[in-house]
Design a protein around this ligand. Structure first.
Ligand SMILES: C[S@@+](CC[C@H](N)C(=O)[O-])C[C@H]1O[C@@H](n2cnc3c(N)ncnc32)[C@H](O)[C@@H]1O
Length: 214
């Protein structure tokens, strides 16, 4: 068996048989959550996330593709306004169990169809864009632009560079810039010090501000 820490092997590891092969379907993620195979999971809250959240205490946060919802739990405990969504019933069950008294902050929903009760001030990205098939990248940019009003922020961790297969699907930096720049202005671009092994050296903290118009 090859090294299971290769990003390419994260969701489809060699030697492990999964039935569901399409990351665009909830069944793909259900199978992995149900079998306890979640190698993307940080099992905690990344430092850059906490720093950013502390600098923007007033922002209502949306977390699409929240998985086990570590960050949503942290925000809820801080008394912050947070909404987390995931389209996988198994992920939502995990998230609700972990959120306990705050279980209502997570909803089972498809990011591309879900309508927020009110516009978020910040959408948090971690291991969501890289979980999507390449064909959905334009949809991601368009949906982010639709959900965020002018001046609101899209901020989090982006998994950069090419991968031969996925998920996670790495994105070349130039492609990411071309994808988001029409609707967003890049404000912050920082290295990440506490990546888990599979993302190490390949992720950056990026903060994008929604432009007016488009
Ligand atoms: C690689 S996991 C990352 C989970 C979490 N963000 C984390 O950092 O641990 C990707 C998650 O996105 C969810 N997901 C994928 N496509 C989605 C969609 N269209 N709508 C909502 N959730 C989606 C999956 O169910 C899965 O929980």
């Amino acid at each position: 068996m090859s090294d299971p820490k290769r990003p390419e092997d994260l969701a489809n590891p060699p030697g492990v048989e999964f039935v569901a092969r399409d990351p665009n379907s909830p069944a793909f993620w259900d199978e992995r959550f149900e079998r306890g195979f979640t190698p993307w999971d940080q099992a905690g809250v990344p430092a850059a996330f906490k720093t950013f959240a502390a600098r923007h205490p007033q922002l209502a946060v949306l977390i699409p593709g929240c998985g086990n919802a570590w960050e949503a739990l942290w925000l809820a405990r801080e008394g912050r306004q947070v909404q987390a969504i995931d389209f996988s019933p198994a992920a939502v069950a995990n998230a609700r169990a972990q959120l306990g008294a705050y279980a209502q902050v997570v909803e089972q929903a498809d990011f591309f169809a879900w309508q927020p009760p009110q516009p978020p001030g910040w959408i948090y990205e971690r291991a969501f864009l890289c979980a999507l098939p390449l064909a959905r990248r334009n949809d991601y940019a368009q949906r982010m632009a639709e959900l965020l009003p002018a001046g609101a922020l899209l901020a989090g961790f982006y998994f950069l560079g090419k991968t031969s297969k996925g998920p996670p699907f790495g994105i070349e930096r130039a492609e990411l810039d071309a994808l988001l720049s029409p609707s967003f202005e890049l404000l912050e671009d920082e290295p990440v010090s506490d990546s888990i092994e599979v993302f190490q050296g390949r992720e950056r903290w990026l903060t994008w501000r929604r432009r007016a118009g488009r």
